[in-house]
Ligand binder design. Sequence first.
Ligand code: WT7
Length: 656
Amino acid sequence: MSSEQQARVYQPSAEAVSRARVSGMDAYEALCAEADRDYEGFWARHARELLEWQTPFTQVLDESEAPFFKWFADGTLNVSYNCLDRNVKRGDGNKTAIIFESDDGKVARVSYADLLVRVCRFANALRDMGVKKGDRVIIYLPMSVEGVIAMQACARIGATHSVVFGGFSAHALRDRIEDAGAVALITSDGQFRGGKMLPLKSIADEALDSDAAKSCKNVIVLRRTGADVNMVEGRDHWMHEVVDGQPDTCEPEWVGAEHPLFILYTSGSTGKPKGVQHSSGGYLLQAAMSMRYTFDIQPDDVFWCTADIGWVTGHTYVAYGPLACGSTQIVFEGVPTYPNPGRFWRMVQDHKVSIFYTAPTAIRSLIKASENNPDCAPTQYDLSSLRILGTVGEPINPAAWEWYYENVGGGRCPIVDTWWQTETGAHMITPLPGATPMVPGSCTLPFPGIQAAIVDETGADVPNGHGGILVVKRPWPSMIRTIWGDPDRFRKTYFPDDFKGKLYLAGDGAVRDKDTAYFTITGRIDDVLNVSGHRMGTMEIESALVAHDEVAEAAVVGRPDELTGEAIVAFVVLKGARPTGEAASQKVKELQQWVGKEIGPIARPKDIRFGENLPKTRSGKIMRRLLRQLAKGEEITQDTSTLENPAILDQLKGNG
Ligand code: WT7
């Protein structure tokens, strides 16, 4: 580390160290050493301590069908039992499980006892409809108590849920229903976000007007906005009607630890999103374990993870982790900027939030907003309840880290910069708040037990100080089990032959510091973009663009963006003449809307440029590196001698 970097090491405060479960680096190192000595014993100890098993496991890690690893395979449990009944039985029935705040600021509290009853009633309703163990259920709901209830109810009866983010289009929803072969869909009439009322049911109707309807026989609709919706006789049911009169109890379905708890679709480097399949036992173990070690969750904490349940962060740190630890958490329906950009801080103050977990993109937008509107700055609020801050989803730039540390955390609260992925299920590389000295922009060191490393193209370790490919050397309990319906793609994507099938390939580049061995993530090494912490495949956006009648060809790249981390830039060749001026602006808007409709607003290119062709090599390969330079507005420095048609570079600089 250079002396300049050395100056920027932040030690956790003496108070953070003294109260933390993992107190000091010695304690962290002792956990790592325990895992080194006896890898299976380390995970088995935690699995026994943190989860309640119906049938105790006798096997820990089964590598016989690698890379299709199994954990605790002969043990049985129920995830919903572990999240709800267990807390009620130990006397926490009256404890608040969820503090829900709606978009318009109404607050509702749900105790563990209430939540259990509501989950049981809903689980009974699903069973009455014939939904059974192993069936897939799609959940297309806004942030709501009912969203958590729907997920927990599926877990209770052993149905595998697949939550689709409420911002995804009918087309994206349809693909997921079909790929999963879902038997039921849970949605709502609509949603409120930032004072606006948005539809959901009508989008679901459009998705079901297709082959998706073949498998999906039941649609359950939450009444949220009161908007008029079309209810299809025999298929559609109001949620409040189907739960009415259901018994308050529901015998959990005891499932094997490997039973698929959920499938969550995420973008990869090819056009089709991947259904990442997670287990029950191993997944819940690391959800609970990271709540305890990374967030040091204690009984009196108020935990708030701002992620939507449509993303993995909302699975592990809203729907499962906090409940598995019997914590009180916030579920927030709205957006950080409504009714003003002080919303998050006002809520932290009012609900006395002690652990706050959000994305760098939100932090960056709130920095900007509080510069423009000083009344909404975090320093205007009483944030003294906070003790730990977290970030996730993309690299955090040191300036944003420092602002978060000083202005939100008052210089007292450790920040855990947690690196992980949909596929990893839980935190993989992160500081522990009472142990790890922090360096802004670095996710620091592996979670105890996780064997993260950096290698070259041959799979050989690279020395610290040199960049390379981020891998994980040993299977871990909450890892992805397969890609739903495509085991071959799973193996090729994550355990490629280049590494003899032995290393988990994360898809990120990283570097370790020469002295501290701290990890810093340098970004994706595949064709995946990270826009506001959301993963988007460039091919997925390209396929959406070429699905438009007038588009002949499209290439999509990322460009660094101050607010969203990366922004989407599309280079498009139309079938007709290349538009310029006003015609080009019109076409840009039309194509942005088109992509919004095909995938969802988050996939809309920020910038679209038209050319008569794309820069290609003589063998016809699109030169993406060149496009990245053009997207940034940089002068082309690289060799263009292999380029078939150098003249089009000028066209692609802008729509002049
Ligand atoms: C990708 C995974 C994990 C939940 C949210 C995103 C990037 C994630 C960090 C971090 C730098 C990060 C990586 C990763 N990423 N956390 N702390 N620092 N980059 O889940 O959609 O599966 O995306 O997000 O590129 O591969 P995801």
